[in-house]
Design a protein. Structure first.
Lengths: 235, 894
């Protein structure tokens, strides 16, 4: 196993031009090991979502590179990037973005379809605690349930990396903890590397690796030796 | 694993069934009606063409004064010309010999009598007998005793023999001289010496008929002329639309169209030639698809003329004069128009000569290709699809537009889902396929249902329109390539590419932009400062500015609606306008086309009518672009051009005293020709072409014509000084025998043609009109629905803020209503000019020309209908606004 599964090197990104130019990432360097639960922590505007999007291959850096398992994303064309996302990534967003006219099971199948080695859909549904809801449409579910489905859609692909962009941002305390536990569970059970963007400081305690961002640079890059389970988190 | 996204398609169809129902109904109606028109059209032509084979349509027919002998039939069958000269010489010689023999006998008798008398008188004188009585007695005795011997003696003399020989010789020479003189004239007249003559063997069939008076309501008065054929005819047979062939002597089958017109049904009794018959069948004779009594009739007459069938026994019992008509078929099929014309002219030569040598007379000769009764309907049907084609293309455009906006709207709505799927690894191709599946499935669904209806209900509708006009055989739906291409392949291809274009363009954006709902091309400019109006007014204005892209789509939709309205109102208006103005378009109230410029005695046909003016004319063909799917007259075939040779200083056509070629305004407009252009016109049945340089345009909208001075005409077409085609006249010409007049074109005849056009297209036009009004309403409904859908989130938000439904309605409906109002007028102008252009393009495919026209009230109605339609849709919109739940703004939004 390559220790440095994900490598971020001198990553820079800015938006706008002239006076309106805003440097979002100003030379970012860090690496993540395979199977790690990594939390990108920082306040609004710190560049964490931009960083996640670049790692996810849906945005491009101005300088520097992202390398996954030795493959540099910048060297990939659009087709290869799509294939990269398809084969290696699972995405969970703050908004669930479920397909309204597909039921729970079918929304999860949307992810399974993309993978060569998908997990068993029923098993994922069961892990997510959605057995009773699998034939319901998203509009019939609560926010937390919808986010579970969204996680299911991402993990069913059996991705190498599970990208989570503020997955609990729209959820209440209790549901947030449930969702975090699920992600933790998936990380443990299916062995996916998890990169989670959050501004919730408390979440860092459940991570293996905590990267704190501020003003587009890495302020802290810590390995958490004493991680606790999601249910033990308090905020 | 099958892509689970495909499961969305049926659910989306179910959940948004209003919208898709409208689209599918729209497509089904469009494809159904148009497919029905084409299928009906093609089925009818197929039925006609099959009938030509199955019912043994003639290649031509002729009528003789008396029944043809076996020898005459054999002669005509051979196709060879008879040796008329030898026949005449033999016949002349025979008569001359008889006359000479009689003359010789008389002369001999006289001379012998005189010789005997002279001899007796001389003897009496020698004996001194002077008494005349005695002399006469002696003469009588001598006559009795020696007349015969003297006669014998005289015949033996050399002098007599020489005289007889000379007399016969002289007589024979005179016969040959006379025959040659006559023969030369006949050869010239019928071109009997044609070096290209080639005998065309034919098969001849008896097709005798009687013409009787028909009294179809048994009131003792003649209602029509009926031409009765025997059931056992083997050529030009009939098919039965209803009922059966007659089996008893008192049974009759009559033409279906005529029966329809005079309200005669199966089982009715009609009186023919004073005898009562029961109608047992309604038929269509293959050579009487239109009831042209005479081939020179400009228009058929399905009221005053009828064709009928009786049993051969009943036929023999008819007392009126029998017409010895024969149909014939060529042993070898001619290839193309020119060869058909050659065959016919060769057959005519054989017929003329063979009839002469067999002591019969030709009453009538007509090759089938010139037979109006069998060619008028098919050529008219062939040109009939113009309206359908225009409509087809307009509607395909409308449907493609609807889909493009629907898809674009769906993609906007599902931006975050698309972003997530793309971020998860769905490729652009997969997304394109997914979004393409709905329009393609809907189009296929519409096409399948539409075609099923097209081949059933709508076909019958189309066919019934043809049955209203012509005596056509029963037809069965045939597979129509034109229908499938125009109503299914083209819409599918168009739908495919338009949607592909829209979807590909939309999905070009990165997943991130979809996730951020950043779908605009340009970044939003700074908010415009508004004057200090009331809040609601400013709010409304903001909504207006915000929805400008949606209103642009609405505007395009309104243009399409107005285009449909212009078609719906403009087509009948154009037909009516043409019908109304056609009489004014005639440059002469009467146009007499003569059979020949000379009468039977070889004298030039003259008239005492003061306003009559001679003219020369011929019909040539102007080549035009061929239609892709179908060929033949009236659908991309060549355009007939009447070329006139006009007398100098004509009071009918003003080309001045200038030499040159002047085309009619209709010709100029139709083919966009102007002075200086060169046109090539071809003879239809000969391999001849003529080039003309256009020198000017004559104001004549009534037809496609070329005018030139008489001298140039005669020079170009090699016409002699005393030959001409007919007379223009302001008054009826009464002093020319009808038998010399081929056709008279009067204003009434032009009206007949336009009335017929109205009759055959009338109900079709109404179908189009109402279908288009429904479709226009459906389109405005869809467009308005899309605007509300796009604003659903904002509407929900203002509801949360506490705005009342009435206020929201005013905020969102008034700007749209304002846009509809403004664009209804602008779009009408655009739609009108588009229609003028489209109409012109399609006129090119038809024979003749008339421009698109709309009455002012129709123009107003086109706009008013749209506004009424929108007013109704606004009510639906208001209901829709009331139903938008408040949680739309709260759920599923970043």
């Amino acid at each position: 196993m390559n220790d440095e599964f994900l490598e971020i090197k001198d990553l820079k990104k800015s938006f706008g031009s002239g006076e309106a130019r805003q440097d979002v990432l100003r030379g970012m360097n860090f690496s993540v090991k395979k199977g790690e639960f990594c939390v990108l922590l920082g306040p609004s505007g710190s560049g964490k979502s931009t960083l996640l999007n670049i790692i996810g291959g849906i945005d491009t850096p101005d300088e520097g590179f992202v390398s996954i398992n030795g493959d540099k994303l910048e060297e990939m064309n659009e087709k290869q990037l799509t294939l990269y996302r398809r084969k290696h990534l699972g995405y969970v967003f703050q908004m669930y973005n479920l397909i309204p006219n597909l039921n729970v099971k079918e929304n999860i199948e949307v992810g399974a379809y993309l993978s060569d080695l998908p997990l068993d859909v029923e098993e994922v549904i069961s892990t997510l605690g959605l057995q009773d809801h699998k034939y319901k449409y998203p509009s019939q579910l609560s926010g937390g349930q919808q986010q579970r489905v969204s996680i299911g859609r991402a993990v069913v692909k059996n991705p190498d990396i599970l990208m989570c962009d503020e997955p609990t941002g729209a959820l209440d305390y209790k549901t947030s903890k449930e969702i975090l536990a699920l992600i933790e569970d998936c990380n443990r059970k299916f062995g996916s590397t998890v990169i989670m963007v959050t501004h919730n400081e408390a979440i860092k305690y459940m991570a293996d690796h905590v990267i704190k961002l501020r003003d587009g640079v890495v302020r802290h890059n810590d390995i958490n030796e004493k991680k606790i389970s999601a249910f033990e988190l308090e905020w | 694993m099958r892509n689970p996204l495909i499961k969305r398609v049926p659910r989306e169809l179910r959940s948004d069934w209003h919208k898709y129902l409208v689209i599918i109904v729209f497509m089904v109606l469009m494809i159904g009606v148009i497919s029905g028109m084409y299928v009906g059209h093609d089925s009818m032509l197929a039925a006609i063409n099959n009938g030509r084979e199955e019912l043994n349509l003639e290649d031509g027919s002729f009528e003789l004064k008396s029944k043809a002998t076996k020898e005459l039939l054999e002669g005509i069958t051979s196709g060879e010309k008879a040796d008329v000269r030898t026949y005449y010489i033999n016949k002349g010689t025979e008569e001359a010999d008889k006359e000479v023999a009689e003359a010789i006998e008389d002369e001999l008798n006289e001379q012998v009598t005189k010789a005997i008398e002279d001899n007796v008188r001389a003897i009496c004188e020698a004996y001194g007998i002077t008494d005349e009585e005695t002399i006469k007695t002696q003469i009588d005795t001598a006559m009795e005793d020696s007349f015969e011997d003297a006669l014998k003696e005289a015949r033996k003399s050399e002098e007599f023999k020489t005289a007889v020989e000379d007399a016969y010789k002289e007589a024979h020479e005179k016969v040959v001289e006379a025959v040659d003189e006559e023969w030369d004239e006949a050869v010239k007249k019928y071109d009997l010496d044609d070096p290209d003559f080639k005998a065309q063997p034919i098969t001849i069939y008896e097709n005798f008929f009687h013409e009787e008076a028909e009294d179809n309501n048994n009131d003792g008065k003649k209602d029509a002329t009926v031409r009765i054929f025997s059931k056992d005819a083997e050529i030009d047979m009939a098919s039965f639309n209803e009922g059966r062939a007659p089996e008893k002597d008192n049974e009759i089958a009559i033409d279906r169209m005529h029966a329809d017109n005079v309200k005669v049904k199966i089982g009715d009794t009609i009186t023919i030639g004073g005898k009562k018959y029961e109608v047992v069948g309604l038929l269509s004779y293959v050579n009487y698809l239109t009831l042209h009594e005479s081939n020179t009739d400009l228009m058929f007459d399905a009221f005053g003329f009828d064709v009928a069938m009786v049993t051969s026994e009943a036929f023999d019992k008819l007392t009126s004069r029998i017409h010895y008509s024969y149909g014939f078929k060529y042993a070898n099929k001619p290839n193309g128009k020119v060869e058909t014309a050659d065959y016919s002219s060769n057959t005519l030569k054989a017929l003329i000569t063979q009839t002469l040598v067999n002591d019969n007379e030709i009453e009538d000769y007509l090759p089938e290709y010139l037979r109006q009764a069998s060619n008028f309907a098919p050529s008219d049907i062939e040109g009939d699809s113009t309206g359908t084609a225009i409509l087809c293309y307009i509607l395909i455009g409308v449907i493609a537009f609807i889909f493009a906006i629907t898809i674009s709207n769906t993609i906007d709505k599902e931006a975050s889902v698309i972003g997530t799927l793309r971020a998860s690894g769905y490729s652009k191709g997969e997304m394109i396929v997914h979004y393409m599946s709905m329009p393609i499935i809907v189009t296929i669904l519409g096409a399948v249902i539409g075609n099923v209806l097209g081949y059933t209900a709508f076909k019958d509708l189309a066919v019934s329109l043809y049955y209203n006009s012509y005596s056509l055989p029963t037809c069965h739906a045939v597979w129509s390539n034109t229908a499938i291409v125009k109503t299914t392949v083209i819409p599918l291809v168009l739908m495919f590419f338009i949607n592909l274009f829209v979807i590909v363009k939309k999905l070009q954006l990165s997943p991130l932009r979809f996730l951020r709902h950043d779908l605009g091309r340009k970044k939003r400019a700074k908010a415009m400062r508004l004057p200090k109006w009331s809040f609601l007014r400013r709010f409304r204005l903001r909504i207006f500015f915000q929805n400008i892209p949606n209103y642009l789509v609405l505007a395009v939709g309104v243009i399409l609606i107005e285009l449909m309205m212009c078609f719906a109102f403009g087509l009948p208006d154009s037909l009516n306008h043409y019908a109304k103005n056609a009489p004014d378009m005639m440059f002469a109230q009467y146009q007499y086309m003569l059979m020949d410029s000379k009468d039977d005695d070889g004298e030039v046909i003259k008239t005492t009518e003061d306003t009559a003016e001679k003219f020369c004319a011929t019909e040539l063909m102007y080549p035009k672009e061929k239609s892709t799917f179908r060929d033949g007259m009236g659908s991309g075939g060549d355009e007939g051009v009447t070329v006139y040779g006009i007398e100098e200083g004509s009071s009918y056509i003003t080309i001045g005293d200038k030499k040159g070629n002047y085309i009619s305004t209709a010709f100029s407009k139709k083919f966009n020709l102007s002075a200086g252009d060169t046109i090539t016109l071809n003879a239809e049945y000969e391999n001849k072409s003529y080039d003309f340089t256009v020198d000017g345009i004559v104001d004549y909208e009534g037809g496609i014509a070329l005018f030139m001075d008489d001298d140039s005409y005669r020079q170009i077409f090699d016409i002699k000084e005393d030959e001409f085609t007919g007379y223009f006249s302001r008054n009826e010409i009464k002093d020319i025998d009808d038998k010399y007049i081929a056709t008279v074109i009067t204003t009434e005849d032009i009206l007949k043609v336009t009335n017929q056009l109205m009759h055959s297209m009338g109900s079709l036009v109404d179908v189009f009109k109402y279908a288009l009004i429904v479709l226009a309403a459906a389109l405005i409904y869809l467009l308005a629905k899309i605007i509300i859908e796009k604003n659903e989130h904002s509407i929900s938000m203002v509801k949360i803020l506490g705005f009342k439904n009435g206020e929201i309605g005013a905020l969102y409906i008034i700007p749209t209503a304002f846009v509809v109002l403004i664009f209804s007028i602008i779009s009408f102008v655009i739609g009108y000019y588009l229609m003028v252009w489209i109409f012109h393009i399609f006129m090119l495919k038809m024979d003749g020309y008339f421009a698109f026209y709309m009455k002012p009230e129709s123009m107003a109605l086109s706009v008013i209908y749209l506004l009424i339609g929108y007013a109704l849709v606004s009510i639906v919109d208001f209901i829709r606004i009331r139903r938008i739940p408040m949680d739309v703004a709260l759920k599923n939004m970043e």
